[in-house]
Design a protein around this ligand. Sequence first.
Ligand code: GDP
Length: 447
Amino acid sequence: MAFDSLSEKLQNVFKNLRSKGRLTEADVKAALREVKMALLEADVNFKVVKGFIKDVQERAIGQDVMNGLNPGQMVIKIVNEELIRLMGSETTEIKLQPGSAITVIMMAGLQGAGKTTTTAKLAGKFKLKGKKPLLVACDVYRPAAIKQLEINGEKQGVEVFSMGNKNKPADIAKAAMEHAAKNGNNIVILDTAGRLHIDEDMMAELQEIKEAVTVHQTILVVDAMTGQDAVNVASSFNDKIGIDGVIVTKLDGDTRGGAALSIKAVTGRPILYVGMGEKLSDLEQFYPDRMASRILGMGDVLSLIEKAGAELDEEKAKKMADKMKKAQFDFEDYLDSMEQMRKMGGLSSIMGMMPGMGNMAGKMPDLDSEESEKKMAQMEAMIFSMTPEERRNPDLLNPSRKHRIAKGAGVDIADVNRMVKQFNESRKMMKKLPGLMGGKGGKRGRF
Ligand code: GDP
C-alpha cells in the first residue's frame, strides 16, 4: 500500500512525542524536522511540505498546546487536522447536471496513467447510483484502446459508443451526444487519447472536443507511481485546458503516495477518487479525513465498514454469523465466505484498512497472490464436487466419498484431506471464539 513507509516513520515520531510528559519547543521542532523528512521522502512537493510544517509548528508551539495536559497527543491531533486540510478537507462529488439533463465528463491524462480503466470503473459507480452512462471511445491513436474500453464496458454492463479510428475525436464526441439523447443516457464519459508526455497536439485535441460539445466536468487521471511528475502533469493540464478534479490511480502499489498529498495544494483542484487496483471495482471515493488517518496509522475503519456495507449481503452475513456462533458452519457457508471476501478485494485489502494492520498487510505479499488465488479456486472445485448433502453435513465425508471428490475436482486425495482438516479446524476455532463474529452486535462485530 502507498504510504506504508511514511506511516511507519510518522508513527515512530509520534511514539517518541507521546512518551514525553512535557514538551519543550525544541522537542516539537525536532519532531517536526523528522515529519518534514518523512514527507519529503514520500515525494510530497517541497513547497507543500514547507507550508505544512510551518502551519503545524505555528499551532503546535502555541500556548494551548505546550501548557496542555497531553502535549504529544495535541501535536498529533494538529498534524492530523493539517493533513486533512492539505488534501482539501471535504469530499468532492462529481457535479452532475440537474434533472434528466445529460452530464458530459471528459477524461484526460497521459498514456498509461490508467485513464481507460478508470473510465470504466467510474461508469460502474454511476450505474450503481442508478444512472445510465455511455462510454465514448475518443482515443483513436492507441490501437487497443477502443477494444479495451469495449471489453471493460461490457464487464460493467455499460454501453460503449465507438466509431473506429478514422474520425476525429471531436466528431466522435458530437455523434455520441446524439446517440445518448436518443438512447436515454444521462451521463456521457469521453475516454480521450493520452500521449507519453504533455504535448501541444493532445491539449489542442482536448480543446477541440470542448468546443464541439459542452463538457461539464473535466477529470484528469494521474498515476501515483510517477510521484512529483503526477503533480506537474496536473498543473499543466489545469493551466492549459482547466480541470475540475483529479483521480489518482495505482495507490495500491508501493508508490510513496506524495502525489495524493500534494495535488490539491499545488493545483487547487480536489482529488475525487483513488484507484486501488486493476480490478474494475477498485476505485474508492476520496475522503481526506480517512486518508489522513490511514497515513497516521489509525487505520481506516470507516472505509472498511462502508465497503462491507455496500458489498456484503447483510442477510447472508447475519445468517453466517449465527451459524458460526453455533458452530454449524458448513461447506456452503465456506463457499459464501470466500465469495464475500473476494468482493471486498481480498484479505490484504481488508487488513490494510484495519487499525495497526496496514503495515502487516504489506509484509504478507502472498495473501492475494496467484498462489493463494489458485488455492482458493482449488478449494472451490472440491466443494463443487461434493453433493449438496455432503456440503451441508461435512461429517459424511468418508474415504470413498473423498476419493470421488478428489477425482471430480482433479486433485489428489491428500488435497481433499488437507482441506477437510483445515475446515474442521476453522470450525473448532469458531466454537472457541463465540464473541468474534456478530457477538458484539453492529457491523463492527463481524470483523
Ligand atoms: P491509459 O493509457 O491511461 O488508458 O491506461 P490504462 O487504463 O490502459 O491503464 C494502464 C495500466 O494501469 C493497466 O495495466 C491498468 O490495469 C493499470 N491500472 C489502472 N489503474 C490502476 C490502479 O488503480 N492500480 C493498479 N495497480 N493498476 C492500475
